[in-house]
Design a protein around this ligand. Structure first.
Ligand code: HXC
Length: 286
C-alpha cells in the first residue's frame, strides 16, 4: 500500500536491517496460519534470523508452496503440517511432526483466524460459533498441544489478535468476541506460565495492507453482502484515519514478533502490543 501524500515517517523495513541475523539460531517456530498473510511474513522474518519453522493450516497445497518459498528466501528449514486448529487430534499430529523433525518448540504464533462481515441480526449461531472455534478455541487447542514443549524450551507465545473489540465495530460481533477472549487467554497464560519460564504476549494489528483479511473484507463490501452490510458504517479504507499516514505493512508486524521472541523482551509478558500507526487513538473534535 502506498503512503498518503502527507506521509513524513519511516517506511517499513526488514527486521534483518535492525536485529542480529543470528538471533534465533537453534530455535524452532510453530506457527498456525503461517501459510499466508501476516503469519507467513512473521515466519519469514523469524527464519531469516536463523530459526527453523513449522507452518500449520488447513490448505495443504498452500502450505507446501509456502514452505518451499520460505526455505528459498531464508536458507532455513520449513515444514508444512496440515491441520485445522479446531481439531485437537490434528494439532497433536502437527506437534509430533515438529518434535520428530526438530526436537523442540521454542516459539509459537497462534495466528489462524477466520473473518467475514455480518450484522448480528444476520449472524447465524453456526457462523458465530465457527469464528469462535477458529480464533478462540483454536488458540486454546494450540496452546494445549504445544505447552509442554514450550515449557521445556523456556519459550514464548505470540497471539495474533485485533483492535476491533476495543470499541463496537459494526459487523464484527463474532471476531470481536473471539479476539477479546484471545487477549484474556494470553494474560492468564502469562501469569500461570511465567514461573515456568514461558512468556505470552498479544500482537494487535491495525489496518495492514495486502492481507487476505483486508482483501476479503474489502471484496465483501464492494460486492454488497447478502447480510446487508452497509459500507457507510464499516469502511475498509481506513487509510485517511491513520496518524502515521501510511497503511501498515506485514513487516511492521513481523518486526514486533522478532522483538517479542528475542531476549530483549525477556521481561515483556502479558502485554498487548497494538501496531496500528496510532489509529486507535484518533477521535474527532466534539
Ligand atoms: C454471514 C457467513 C458468511 C458471511 C460464512 N458465514 N460467511 N455468514 N456472512 N459472509 C457462515 C456460513 O453461512 C455458516 O453458517 C458459517 O458461517 C460457517 O461457514 P463455513 O463456510 O461452513 O465455514 P468454514 O468453511 O469453516 O470457513 C470459515 C470462515 C471462512 C471463517 C467462514 O471465511 C474462512 O475459512 N476464513 C479463513 C480465512 C480468513 O478469513 N482469513 C482472514 C482472517 S483476518 P450457516 O448458519 O449457514 O451454517 C482476521 C483479522 C480481522 O481475522 C481484522 C480485520 C480488520
Amino acid at each position: 500500500m502506498s503512503p498518503t501524500s502527507n506521509f513524513r515517517g519511516t517506511p517499513a523495513v526488514d527486521s534483518t536491517t535492525v536485529f542480529q541475523p543470528n538471533l534465533f539460531v537453534g530455535k524452532v517456530l510453530f506457527c498456525t496460519g503461517g501459510g499466508s498473510g501476516i503469519c507467513r511474513t512473521m515466519t519469514e522474518a523469524i527464519m531469516k534470523h536463523g530459526a527453523d519453522a513449522v507452518i500449520v493450516g488447513r490448505n495443504a497445497e498452500r502450505l507446501a508452496t509456502a514452505s518451499e518459498e520460505l526455505e528459498k528466501l531464508t536458507g532455513r528449514r520449513c515444514i508444512p503440517a496440515p491441520a485445522d486448529v479446531r481439531k485437537p487430534a490434528q494439532l497433536k499430529e502437527a506437534v509430533e511432526k515438529t518434535i520428530a523433525t526438530f526436537g523442540r518448540i521454542d516459539f509459537v504464533i497462534c495466528g489462524a483466524a477466520g473473518n467475514f462481515l455480518a450484522p448480528i441480526s444476520g449472524l447465524s449461531e453456526n457462523a458465530f460459533r465457527t469464528v469462535i472455534e477458529i480464533d478462540t478455541l483454536g488458540t486454546y487447542n494450540t496452546v494445549k498441544a504445544t505447552l509442554s514443549h514450550v515449557r521445556s524450551a523456556h519459550g514464548s507465545y505470540i497471539h495474533v489478535s485485533a483492535t476491533l473489540h476495543y470499541r463496537g465495530t459494526p459487523y464484527q460481533a463474532h471476531v470481536s468476541a473471539a479476539k477479546a477472549a484471545v487477549d484474556a487467554l494470553s494474560q492468564v497464560i502469562a501469569v500461570e506460565e511465567g514461573p515456568h519460564g514461558v512468556r505470552s504476549n498479544v500482537i494487535a494489528p491495525g489496518p495492514i495492507g495486502g492481507t487476505e483479511g483486508m482483501e476479503r473484507l474489502s471484496a465483501q463490501l464492494k460486492a454488497g453482502s447478502s447480510a446487508s452490510v452497509d459500507s457507510t458504517s464499516w469502511s475498509a479504507d481506513h487509510s485517511s484515519g491513520i496518524p502515521v499516514a501510511r497503511w501498515g505493512d506485514k513487516r511492521d508486524i513481523a518486526n514486533a514478533a522478532v522483538f517479542l521472541f528475542s531476549p530483549a523482551a525477556s521481561f515483556v509478558s502479558g502485554a498487548v502490543l497494538v501496531i496500528d500507526g496510532a489509529s486507535e487513538h484518533v477521535r474527532s473534535p466534539q
